[in-house]
Write a protein that binds this ligand. Structure first.
Ligand code: HOZ
Length: 428
């Protein structure tokens, strides 16, 4: 595969941008090789500047559930652009998107839009602290909630990929209020509640996507809810990644546990920068200007981003069977790859939630971050490079999740499995 142009583009970018990228994981550093510079997306495909085509299992890290250049989202964006890019004043589109979110999520009575998942989570935590009048929070090792100071503690995603789960530059004074628990281990959460009587909230990815795909056990979430209630703490579901990806109605609809606050991002912006947080009325009423907890943003509720998000959610609602179709394809993909790996004596642990899929090069099941971290990262890197060469673009870290979009066909899935057979044969 010729990647001459990507090679020189990466060199040029690296002179001007730290690591040549604007988000660390994109640099391919943990898998080796050169990140492809993309000139275009087309349905299921990414096309790089050397004109190589790849079936895209990243889909912009989640947002593009209908694939690249979806016609209805594109039309909505173009129409919005014609009316102006930003007003810094209320628009009808914000209320329309809020209506969609509130009617889809049972746990959300009111919602506020921001510009990224990081912002959504940072604001939800402030709201939880303001509402409860407490300072401490509990988070889980390997869960990633964006890069704000108090959450960059044993974080997943790029932080885990680069082996810096807790970043320099974050004062210890800021993180002393963040207590750490082990995912899917209720005893570790009980210990945190014993340690502090000042816990404002527990924040969790109910379907963790930032240490690879590791769903929380149903009974664990139910116990978490009980503990929060017993201690007067709020439960926050971070669904920036899993929202409108695992299922239409949120993790609460498939796990049976209702959170007090939910954070959203990615699909809710249809490919534009949008985040959101919402929840029970009396909590959301504490938010400025209704209440005293301050939060603001010049580009929050941006009309072009709202139009994209609205088009995406409306299309999702019209295609109610989409999630089961995508889940079937994702399941076929990981089972096919697992069997192909097994033929070469390589063991994969796999899981699927709706259009999200994960696979670990690991001989034992993965329930938390230490399990995930024990995966064979060299084998993952070799697989990643091999699949790229075959024209299949997977997330460039073991600690990320894969995404199926509606443009990925059954035939593409079978071709991916066939390619994986060749790659496993080469790397075994
Ligand atoms: N943190 C993102 C995935 N979990 C990566 C975002 C990006 O590099 O675009």
């Amino acid at each position: 595969m010729n990647i001459t142009k990507s090679l020189s583009a990466f060199e040029a970018a690296s002179q001007l941008i730290p690591g040549g990228v604007n988000s660390p994981v994109r640099a391919f550093a943990s898998v080796g090789g050169t990140p492809r510079f993309i000139k275009e997306g087309e349905g299921a495909y990414l096309i790089d500047i050397d004109n190589n085509r790849y079936v895209d299992y990243v889909q912009s890290w989640g947002p593009l559930i209908f694939g690249h250049k979806d016609e209805s989202i594109e039309a909505a964006v173009i129409d919005a652009v014609k009316h102006g890019l930003s007003f810094g004043a209320p628009t009808l589109a914000e209320t329309k998107l809020a209506h969609e979110v509130v009617s889809i999520y049972n746990s959300i009575d009111k919602v506020r839009f921001v510009s990224s998942g990081t912002e959504a989570v940072m604001s939800a935590i402030r709201l939880a602290r303001g509402y409860t009048g407490r300072d401490d929070i509990i988070k889980f090792e390997g869960c990633y909630h964006g890069h704000s100071d108090s959450l960059l503690v044993q974080a997943g995603s790029g932080a885990a990929t680069f082996g810096n789960p807790s970043s320099p530059g974050v004062p210890a004074d800021f993180t002393k209020h963040t207590l750490l628990a082990t995912y899917n281990d209720i005893e570790s959460v009980k210990k945190c509640f014993e340690q502090s009587h000042d816990i404002a909230c527990v924040i969790i990815e109910p379907i963790a996507g930032n240490m690879g795909l590791v769903p929380a056990h149903k009974e664990f979430l139910a116990q978490l809810r009980e503990l929060c209630d017993a201690h007067g703490a709020l439960l926050i579901f971070d669904e920036v990644m899993s929202g409108f990806r695992a299922t239409l109605y949120g993790a609460e609809s498939i796990t049976g546990t209702t959170p007090d606050l939910v954070t959203l991002g990615k699909v809710i912006g249809g490919g534009m920068p949008v985040g959101a947080f919402g929840g029970r009325l009396e909590i959301m009423q504490q938010l400025s200007p209704e209440g005293p907890v301050y939060q603001a943003g010049t580009l929050s509720g941006n009309p072009v981003a709202m139009a994209a998000g609205l088009a995406a959610l409306q299309k999702l609602k019209q295609h109610s069977k989409l999630f089961s179709v995508l889940q079937k394809r994702a399941t076929r993909l990981v089972e096919g790859m697992k069997a192909a790996a097994m033929e070469q004596g390589i063991v994969l642990q796999t899981d699927v939630r709706g259009s999200m899929f994960g696979f670990f090069f690991n001989t034992t099941p993965v329930h938390n971050f230490s399990d995930a971290a024990a995966s064979d990262l060299e084998m993952f890197a070799a697989f990643h490079a091999g699949m790229l060469e075959e024209g299949f673009y997977f997330a460039c870290s073991q600690f990320e999740t894969g995404f199926i979009c509606s443009a990925i066909t059954d035939t593409m899935i079978e071709e991916t499995i066939e390619a994986s057979k060749r790659v496993f044969e080469r790397i075994a």
